[in-house]
Design a protein around this ligand. Sequence first.
Ligand code: GDP
Length: 296
Amino acid sequence: FSAIKSGLAKTRDALLGELKGIVGAGKITDETLEELEEHLIKADVGVEAAFLLTDALRENALGKSLTTEQVLDIMRNEAERLLKDPPPFELKGKPHVVLVIGVNGAGKTTTIGKLAARLKNEGKKVMIAACDTFRAAAIDQLETWAQRSGAEFVKHQEGSDPAAVAYDACSAAVARGCDVVLIDTAGRLHNKDYLMEELKKIVRVIKKVSPDMPHDMWLVIDGNTGQNTINQTKIFNQSFPLTGLVVTKLDGTARGGSVLSIASSLQIPIRWVGMGERIDQLVEFNKRDYVDGLFE
Ligand code: GDP
């Protein structure tokens, strides 16, 4: 059992429980499909993905008497078609700089800690930069993760300029021969314009260290918030060329189907998924395991 598949147990229950009552009893009619679509939307698969899954059934199953397993197989194939595996994560610079963004509470700090630990285990020298300077507690929390993962850490005082911290961290990483820099940023979306300007300034300033920085810009989204995550992603993607998504808290949610709509409505690869609070519970996204988790 993969971590993704076992983490999706609640989502699977929410999805399959009712679905088995809707299909698998006689011919698939337009009414069956309508009921199914409504159920998928309620189970937070998202309107877009619900439409595509139902459409696949309309094409392949309308008017036929199929078993539940056959219906699930059709949906499974369509879901797999909607998803893409991320390209392998490669270090493109020395250091390779990743800007990690997302709204507060999405799981940025935890994800950075997990990533740092993972990269350290692969023998990489990792630096973490504390650019959410708004709250002292955020800096402390990130420092704890840096210690736990054995990463180097750059911070300034609370209230200082985030771009200055990023500049210092990237310069220090060059000087110390680090392989990766993970930059934590603020996530106060209620002050959206200010936040976007702050993030743009960080990008501008680290380009003075090296014009190819940052090499990646990952948005962390909470898998529990369903459809909302798509709106958040669109807001960030308008201002920044996101290179990957991290979907957290897929363990224990019944809304893990939202990943399908995220993938079908946005052309941004899902790179990592958070499957728990522990340091080792970050998994590289894999569409096979994910689809198994939904439909098996
Ligand atoms: P930030 O404000 O974006 O930096 O969010 P944090 O990293 O502080 O995470 C917010 C909360 O979500 C914390 O309680 C984390 O332990 C929890 N969390 C983060 N990632 C995961 C995950 O993959 N699974 C679960 N169950 N909890 C998570």
